[in-house]
Design a binder for this molecule. Sequence first.
Ligand SMILES: Nc1ncnc2c1ncn2[C@@H]1O[C@H](COP(=O)(O)OP(=O)(O)O)[C@@H](O)[C@H]1O
Ligand SMILES: CC(=O)OP(=O)(O)O
Ligand SMILES: [Mg+2]
Length: 397
Amino acid sequence: MRDGILVINAGSSSIKFSLYIANGDEKPLLSCKGQVEGINVSPHFVAKAPHGAVLNEQRWPDQPNLSHSALFKYMIDWIESQLGDAQLKAAGHRVVHGGSQYAQPLLIDDDLMVELEKLVPLAPLHQPHNLAPIRALKEVHPELLQVACFDTAFHRSNPWTSQSFALPRKITGEGVKRYGFHGLSYEYIARQLGQIAPAVARGKVVVCHLGSGASMCAISEGKSIASTMGFTALDGLPMGTRTGTLDAGVVLYLLQQKGMSAKEIEDMLYKQSGLIGVSGVSNDMRVLLESSEPHAAEAVELFVYRISRELGSLAAAMGGIDALVFTAGIGEHSPKVRSLVCEHAQWLGVTIDEDANKHNAQLISTIDSPVSIWVIPTDEEMMIAKHTREVLHSIKA
Ligand SMILES: Nc1ncnc2c1ncn2[C@@H]1O[C@H](COP(=O)(O)OP(=O)(O)O)[C@@H](O)[C@H]1O
Ligand SMILES: CC(=O)OP(=O)(O)O
Ligand SMILES: [Mg+2]
């Protein structure tokens, strides 16, 4: 009997999956992967074989309001139709917030779900969508082992200075501190860099995870030292629809002077700001780069400016920088954004090879650049599969 391990990475507007199949104790191999994207706008499901061939594709252009749960059901039914003689043994999930209690990947039970539910206010755009597929899978497969892998875990190595706000100790003691996110992505990148360029990976590296959600992380000797996201995934860089760093006084102003409700402010900061807020055109970097609207260009300029500022800050946290890595949707695919970021970072010894950059090469720095520059595609699902297997082995042992 072959075992299937399903990985689910659910976000606000997309649900990604990967299915791994293993024969007995052999290393699981990727069988297929895919996603539903454009949820709430124009849902689109696509599943691909490991080498990229499309296995199934479905669009619902007339049904923008199809719910996450209906789309997840479509996805699960399709995945189950692909299992053949394999049987689903476990499901691993990306859970964005682990709070101060959880760092290690954990087998999910009802008590854990209650605790993770309490963290919904700290990740309103993600946590509800992370937890919903766990419940949905439990309903159809009550016996399935399900594992939670936390996006906050990799940053546990941050020194206290990096984790702390200068708030009264009482509130800090209640867990109001900087957690950092995109940890599964950073953990994967740190491992990959260790394989591609071991000496570089032992040095001081800044990783730019630039996707719909965007953050940056200072990794020294393979460990997270500091990152741009904080208590929630709202801090740091401007994102597709999120503000990034904001003077807390603005929130007080919106509340007290503008009379906005907490929910209205949450919607503004999480859903109407960032690239879409500044440009008024789109939250999609591809659209902004092609637009002739001046506000679209300004949104890109502000995004790059904030990355440059944070780069200086993260290099300072490590006392220097040896390498810069770009990853996630924008980081992996946009030569223009990488070029602009590197132009601003010349003072740090960052010199880009524009020809290599244009071709999305793995190494895009010039031969004499003191700081090497890398493009490494991330794979959060691979990391989740690895952690899920480790939890399964620990149960067996
Ligand atoms: N060729 C490209 N050029 C510029 N941006 C791109 C390109 N391809 C994808 N992107 C950007 O990547 C973003 C999605 O990144 P991704 O890492 O998949 O995000 P998430 O996982 O957070 O949904 C899109 O919003 C889009 O702006
Ligand atoms: C934490 C976070 O922002 O995740 P995503 O990039 O998937 O939105
Ligand atoms: Mg993402």
